[in-house]
Design a protein around this ligand. Structure first.
Ligand code: SF4
Ligand code: SF4
Length: 315
C-alpha cells in the first residue's frame, strides 16, 4: 500500500481509502458484524483511511472494526449543516458513536460553489474552532461539482477537498472531466489535500476497474481515492490493485459478479422527495412512481436517505 500526505494537513493516508457508504443501511445493509469484518480486513491489508458521513449511518461499524486494532486510522466524516450549533451536534454525534475524542477530518457534504460554502460558513466556523481545540485535525468539503472544487480553492480555511472524478466523467456536475481535472489541479496548487470519490463511476466502470483505477492513480494531484467495498473479496481485490500486485483469476471472477444497481420497491407512494433530492437528474415520476435512469445514476444513495418509506436501496 502506498501512503501520501493529504495536502498540507500533515495527515498521512493510504492511497486507497475505505468508502463506508457501500456497507451501510443505504446500500448493502450488512449486519454490524459483517460490516465491521469488511472494514477490519481493509485495515489489515494496509488501508488506514476511512471515509464516511453522518448520512451513511456507519459509525457503529467503524467503531466495531477498530476495536483492539493497534494502528492509527484516519477517519473523515461530513454533514450538510448550516448552523454552528448543528455542526457542533454533528461532530459530537460522530465522537460519541465512534467512541473517539477526535475525528481526523470533518467536512461540509455536497457543496456546489463558493456561494454554497458561504451559505454554510457559520457551520464551518464551528469546524475551525474544533480544529483549534484538537477535536478535528482538518476541515474540508465534498463535492460533485467543478464549481465546488474551484470555490473551495478560494478559501484558505479549507484544508481538504473530496471531489468526484472518474475516467468516463460520469456524475461530474457543472463541467466535463477535463474541467474537473483542471479545478483539482488548481486546488492542489494552492495546497488543498485531495481525495477523490466515484473512481468506478458509482458502479458504471465495474467492468473495467483496472483501467478506472489506473486513470485516477495517474493524476498526481490526487492523494487518495475513496472506494466503496462491501465484501472481503472486494477489499482484497482493491488492495492488490492499489499495491500494484497481480489479482488472481478466481478473485477477479468473484468480484466481477458484483454489479450494483438502484432498486425502487413497488410500495413507492410517489411522493417525489427522491426526485427532488437527486442532483444527477436520474429520477423521474412515471405513472405515480419513482423511476431511475440507470445511465445517469451514480449510486450516491442520497435518494435512499430521503425516502420516508425506505423504498430505495442499492443492491
Ligand atoms: S438516483 Fe439516487 S443514487 Fe442515483 S444519482 Fe440520483 S440520488 Fe444518487
Ligand atoms: S421518496 Fe420513496 S416513496 Fe417517495 S417517490 Fe421516492 S421512492 Fe417513492
Amino acid at each position: 500500500m502506498q501512503y501520501r500526505a493529504l495536502g498540507r494537513t500533515g495527515i498521512m493516508v493510504s492511497r486507497l481509502c475505505f468508502g463506508a457508504l457501500t456497507i451501510s443501511p443505504l446500500q448493502a445493509n450488512l449486519s454490524l458484524k459483517e460490516g465491521a469484518a469488511v472494514i477490519r480486513r481493509a485495515l489489515e491489508c494496509g488501508v488506514n483511511f476511512i471515509d464516511t458521513a453522518e448520512l451513511y449511518r456507519t459509525y457503529s461499524y467503524i467503531r466495531e472494526a477498530l476495536r483492539g486494532f493497534d494502528r492509527d486510522v484516519v477517519i473523515c466524516s461530513k454533514c450538510y449543516e448550516y448552523t454552528y450549533q448543528g455542526m457542533k451536534q454533528s461532530v459530537e454525534k460522530a465522537l460519541n458513536e465512534l467512541g473517539r475524542d477526535y475525528v481526523d477530518i470533518f467536512m461540509l457534504h455536497e457543496q456546489e460553489s463558493s456561494l454554497t460554502i458561504k451559505g454554510h460558513w457559520e457551520a464551518y466556523g464551528y469546524l475551525l474552532e474544533a480544529k483549534k481545540k484538537g477535536i478535528i485535525r482538518a476541515a474540508g468539503i465534498s463535492t460533485h461539482h467543478v464549481g465546488g472544487v474551484l470555490g473551495a480553492a478560494e478559501f484558505p480555511e479549507i484544508d481538504v477537498i473530496h471531489p468526484l472524478i472518474n475516467a468516463s466523467g460520469i456524475g461530474i456536475m457543472g463541467g466535463t472531466r477535463e474541467d474537473m481535472l483542471a479545478a483539482i489541479r488548481a486546488a492542489a496548487a494552492v495546497g488543498k489535500g485531495i481525495y477523490a470519490m466515484k473512481a468506478l463511476g458509482g458502479g458504471h466502470l465495474l467492468d473495467r476497474p483496472e483501467a478506472a483505477f489506473e486513470y485516477i492513480m495517474s493524476i498526481p494531484e490526487i492523494d487518495a481515492v475513496a472506494v466503496g467495498m462491501s465484501s472481503v473479496h472486494e477489499v482484497e481485490y482493491n488492495t492488490l490493485l492499489f499495491s500494484g500486485k497481480e489479482v488472481t483469476p478466481e478473485l477477479k471472477t468473484i468480484v466481477g459478479r458484483q454489479v450494483r444497481r438502484l432498486h425502487i420497491d413497488d410500495w413507492c407512494l410517489g411522493c417525489g422527495q427522491c426526485v427532488e433530492r437527486c442532483r444527477s437528474g436520474a429520477l423521474e415520476m412515471k405513472a405515480g412512481k419513482a423511476k431511475v435512469d440507470e445511465v445517469r445514476c451514480i449510486l450516491c444513495s442520497y435518494c435512499a436517505a430521503a425516502c420516508p418509506d425506505f423504498c430505495i436501496k442499492v443492491i
